[in-house]
Each structure stands twice: as C-alpha cells, then as structure tokens.
Design a protein around this ligand. Sequence first.
Ligand code: ZN
Ligand code: ZN
Length: 281
Amino acid sequence: MKDKQKIIFTIMGCGSAYGVPTAGNGWGICDPNHPANRRLASSVVLRSETDTIIIDLGPDFRQQTCTHNVREISGVLFTHSHADHITGIFELPMFTQWQRGDIHCFATPETLVGIQKRFHYLFDPNITVYHYGGGRILWHEIEYGQEMVVGDMPILPFQQDHGFMSSTGFRVGDIAYSTDVKKIDEANKAFLKDLKIWVLDCNGIEVSPVHNHLDQALAWIEEIKPERAILTHLSETVDYVTTSKKLPPNVELAVDGMSFETFVQRPTCRRPLRQYSPSNI
Ligand SMILES: [Zn+2]
Ligand SMILES: [Zn+2]
C-alpha cells in the first residue's frame, strides 16, 4: 500500500439547483422534520493527506467551507457553468488570501466561457480583488478522457450530456461523480467500469429534459453495476424516507456530510497544465 494513498470524498451538498428547503422555505413533498431532507447545493470535497480539491462551488460554498473546515484549496473542478455550480466562485479570493498563493481552477473550454461571462473580473489580470492576498485565480482547460493530476490526485474527466449542454463527470480511483446528466454515450460509459462507488444525478422522480430521474438512474446502475451507488442533486420532490424505501440494497440517497474513500496510486508524472486564454466576451 506504500505507493497508494487514501482520498476521502465528502458530500458538502447533495441538493438540486435550489436546495432543500428552497428559498422561501419550500419543502415540496420532503418531510421538514427529517434532517436528511436538508440539502445544500451540490458540491464535493476530496481530501488526501496533503491536498484538498473541491468539485463545484455553488451558492452555499461559504457555509460548506465553514462546516467542513476547508481553509486551503489545491484545485477546483467544475462540472459545468450552471449557476448552482459556480455562484460560490465569488468567495474564491478569500482562499488566495488564506493560503497566500494561487488557486488552480479546471474546466472544459465551454464551461470556462460560461464562468468568464459571469465573473469577468476574475479573469482580468488588470483587476486586483482586495482579498487576493498574494495569489491569483488561475484557469486551466481540461480535456475529456485525459487524466490529469491536481494537487496529488489523479483525476479523469469524461463527457456527459446535460440536455442543452455538456457536463463533466470525474473519476478518481474507483469512485465516479456524475452530477447534472441526462445521457452518457457508450464511449463515455467506458470510464465507468469497475466502480466501487458511483455518485449519480437523480434530480427527481419525474422525467426531466436535462436531468436524470429515479427510474433512469436505477436502470443505469443496473447496467453499469457499481458496487454501490449514491444518488445526488436531489430536489424537493425526493423525500428521503419515502424514496429510500424504493431503492435496491446497493443504492442510497446522498445526505449532506456523508463521506467515503478510495485508494489511488500516487501520481509519478503530471501532464503540463493547459492555461485558458480568456476570450473577449
Ligand atoms: Zn445543478
Ligand atoms: Zn446543471
């Protein structure tokens, strides 16, 4: 095990775009008295002995970093540029201050364009944000199917269909994270072989044009056969107790704060980063 290292995944949020309860205290069909129905926006923190990676920074990012004691960030991976996955970017300069250094962010060129449209000032070398504190935010392009090393963790991004856009799934060791997905084509299903854990979008019970729903999630799990599947990005239409009763033994609903781990080979070499050149948007 000497050349292997442990990576702990913690789900900081398993809620759909508007969380549960939604703004205005909307619980839908969820029981407000069951703590598992309280869901922040979807986000995950990965921790090795020395490094911390976050997947997606939603509107609850500040609160999530306080709950999970995130003070330094080795890298941020973005699945796509929908608001519930990027709104927390606003908080990032606080972390360049804490760690007195740069923060590396990774996304596809399509997602980076979407982020740049909303956070143009964080792409402009002529603009300094008060909290930068000696570091900058550096933006890097990722390529589907090309493993990369972030901090000390090997990360494999792959393409998913999110209805009107693509989203990125990430595989780390034998765990894969597939949020905001409607379809995965055969070529990309190849990245989902021999999974111990598959964290998978299940936005609701009813069919959605852009998201996975319960019946489809269960069909995919049957096909892909991970040892264990955890359904995430859960809306106020997914009550924890009622829905859990319908799930097979290897499938469960995510709960904010749940953790699981994988062991991965320590990376021996790393591909050079591909810096994003901001376009004039
Ligand atoms: Zn989302
Ligand atoms: Zn989305």
